[in-house]
Design a protein around this ligand. Structure first.
Ligand code: ADP
Ligand code: TRP
Length: 342
């Protein structure tokens, strides 16, 4: 136990993933990769599929079920190790929705009204449900339920983690005095992708890659379809021999996601210099397909194996839910008691 606190000293890593269809390069470099890398750090690791959050946008029950499976398979195929990280479905831990209520009662409307993601959706003409409005409270409950200390997220989720800090603080300020150590909920810290390129992966049109913009490349695409997807990356009609500013060549941004520094520097230099040895856009595309095959090839195969054994997949998620529930019910009990219930 940390001195006087109800949680243990070490780090607890936690993140949620929305089950919203196949993963694209933006999802991978902006989120998934951070999750996989962090499982090597000392501490506990919780990763869950945010199916309750998905209900704020999903309308198709069958698609939701499939997407949940898809996320689980994607993570396991890419190397999430269920022996080291607890992988589970958000909805398998109902305690989280009870914690959500406790947090809702200490959260001002103003805090939620300031949420960028909510305001963006309104600006895009979405008619908000109460669920969409209170989305950040459910997310805070996800985080606080497991005493998370580090929350690896994409840039777009940073504010939501800050809101979880605010909610923990409001709850602790109101009820902390009644518990030993003065805190009911542990303060979480967000962790963003280290490099700016990973925080905002471009799509084939150069805008931010997003399902909404139809400019994605799926990480598990292969063969002809992958070539076609890479073929859509925006280029122009300049000849290979013409010297170019590498910063203006979108394909180099894609290659930067995969290549080591010396190789990348070499491609950049040859593009900049122009002349007879300069690569054409076609060369860069071929190298990108190769690099994607090398990066994701083994995971594509594991994915197919996992999809063929749904029983094993279910077992992993069930075991994960058991561990997660135990932690969340401890936290819930502590919070109820602090608030004068139980
Ligand atoms: P989409 O925009 O395709 O709907 P999501 O909102 O489902 O993607 O994103 C899930 C996670 O992937 C988020 O944590 C987000 O930060 C990350 N992500 C999505 N697109 C990108 C991108 N282009 N660059 C970096 N990270 C991204
Ligand atoms: N809102 C996050 C997203 O869209 C998913 C999520 C739900 C999450 N609960 C969370 C992320 C808790 C981190 C911690 O990507």
């Amino acid at each position: 136990m940390a001195a006087g606190k109800p949680w243990s000293e070490g780090n607890v890593f936690l993140s949620g993933i929305q089950p919203s269809g196949q993963a694209h390069l933006g999802n991978y470099f902006g989120a998934i990769r951070q999750h996989l890398v962090s499982q090597d750090e000392a501490g506990e690791h919780f990763y869950f599929i945010a199916d309750l959050h998905a209900l704020t946008t999903s309308r198709d029950p069958e698609a939701l079920r499939e997407n949940v499976v898809d996320v689980a398979v994607t993570y396991l195929a890419l190397g999430l190790d269920p022996e080291r990280a607890v992988l589970f479905r958000q909805s398998d831990v109902p305690e989280v929705t009870e914690i959500q209520w406790l947090l809702a009662c200490v959260t001002g409307m103003g805090l939620l009204e300031r949420a960028h993601s909510y305001k963006d959706k309104l600006a895009h003409g979405v008619k908000p449900s109460v669920g969409l409005f209170t989305y950040p409270i459910l997310m805070a409950a996800d985080i606080l339920a497991y005493d998370a200390s580090v929350v690896p997220v994409g840039k777009d989720q940073k504010q939501h983690v800050e809101m979880a800090q605010d909610m923990a603080q409001s709850f602790n300020a109101r009820y902390g005095a009644s518990v030993e150590g003065g805190e009911v909920f542990r303060r979480p810290e967000g962790r963003l992708p280290a490099a700016e390129l990973f925080a905002k992966v471009p799509g084939v049109d150069g805008e931010k890659m997003s399902k909404t913009y139809g400019n994605t490349i799926w990480i598990f695409e292969e063969g002809k379809k992958l070539k076609k997807a890479v073929g859509r990356i925006l280029t122009d009609s300049r000849e290979p021999a013409e010297p170019k500013d590498p910063a203006g060549v979108l394909l180099l941004d894609f290659l930067a996601l995969f290549l080591d520094e010396p190789e990348l520097a070499d491609w950049r230099e040859r593009v900049r210099a122009g002349g007879p040895d300069a690569p054409g856009y076609g060369h860069l595309k071929v190298r990108l397909v190769e690099a994607m095959d090398a990066a994701f090839g083994p995971a594509r195969e594991r994915r197919l194996e996992l999809l063929a054994d749904r029983g094993e997949l279910e077992a992993v998620l069930r075991r994960g839910a058991e561990v997660a529930r135990e932690r969340a019910s401890c936290t819930l009990d502590r919070a109820y008691r602090a608030a004068g219930i139980r």
